[in-house]
Design a protein around this ligand. Structure first.
Ligand code: MLT
Length: 304
């Protein structure tokens, strides 16, 4: 019997890949052979010596002490690409929210009171404050051309946007299934100065920390929009707030709320929802459950 410890809720579709006649699965279990988790932060955790594999139902592995685990011979699996459509859709929603002032307009509508005739009057007076702009012809910069970045780039292109990609390790030409109309930036600085929207699809590592800082914000086009659905810390939030206040940035859409960002009138924060769709949760859980099962049963390492 293989024992699996779950540190977060894992979609039933994934757990169903582990037949109960040979897998015991529980959120509390002694001497587990493997751990399945989503966003539980494992760095401080004492990881039982019996663990041979960890399966992260998501793309990033920054909540897992990967180096320590590797030294101990524990194999860490993740689910690259399994939630990329979900993230892409939320990035598109974020762009549209910014372009059409949806957050502010919704807050305005919710604040309306009185009879419908009074509401209509207030609507007539107030709607001029929410005139937006359209996406075709605007330029989107995509930093990171992995499974998510490529999908975002293609979808924005289909909406009529000009798209410029940049990745520190792959060229636009070699990125898998990327539309041939996507242009290549030579560097982050090159991309930053040419875009109306910039979206990030890179992990948070030493070289991406505060990739957007006060200096780079100065080089951005006036009224540009930042979208961070990757990891908190890629953008220097204090510098971004200063740029929102000075009018340099039009909006900052961020999937990580903080005290600094959550109440800013031109910042829309979400509670890390990029991968939160039923489909993505299922896809991720199925992918890592299959990987962990194959490893525990046959010693196969099949991280796709
Ligand atoms: C990811 O790395 O893919 C996301 O953080 C997944 C999640 O929200 O759990």
């Amino acid at each position: 019997m293989h024992k699996i410890l779950t540190l977060n809720n894992i979609s039933v579709a994934g757990l169903d890949r582990l037949p109960r006649d040979s897998f015991e699965i529980a959120s509390e279990i002694t001497h587990p052979d493997a751990i399945l988790l989503r966003s539980y932060k494992m760095h401080e955790m004492e990881i039982p010596k019996t663990v041979k594999a960890i399966g992260r139902a998501g793309a990033g592995v920054n909540n897992i002490p990967v180096d320590r685990m590797t030294e101990q011979g524990v194999v860490v699996f993740n689910a690259p690409g399994a939630n990329s459509n979900a993230v892409k859709e939320l990035v598109l929603a974020g762009m549209l929210m910014a372009a059409r002032n949806i957050g502010q307009a919704w807050a305005f509508s919710k604040g309306l009171s009185g009879e419908d005739a009074e509401i209509n009057k207030a609507v007539e007076a107030g709607k001029k404050n929410f005139v937006g702009f359209e996406l075709p012809g605007r330029t989107l910069g995509v930093i990171g051309l992995g499974a998510i970045g490529v999908r975002v780039a293609n979808a924005a292109h289909a909406l009529g946007m000009n798209v410029i990609g940049y990745d520190p390790t792959i060229t636009v030409r070699s990125a898998w299934q990327l539309s041939s109309d996507i242009k290549q930036a030579l560097s982050v600085d090159d991309l930053v100065s040419r875009c109306d929207f910039i979206t990030f699809h890179v992990p948070l590592i030493e070289s991406t920390k505060h990739m957007i800082n006060a200096e780079r914000l100065k080089c951005m086009k006036k009224n540009s929009v930042l979208l961070n659905f990757a990891r908190s810390g890629i953008i220097d939030d204090e510098a971004a707030v200063a740029a929102l206040d000075s009018g340099k940035l039009y909006a900052y859409i961020c999937d990580f709320p903080s005290n600094l960002l959550k109440d800013h009138p031109r910042c829309i924060t979400l509670p890390h929802l990029g991968a939160s769709t039923a489909e993505a949760e299922e896809n991720c859980a199925v992918m890592v459950a299959d990987q962990v099962r194959s490893y525990l049963e046959d010693g196969n390492i099949t991280n796709s």
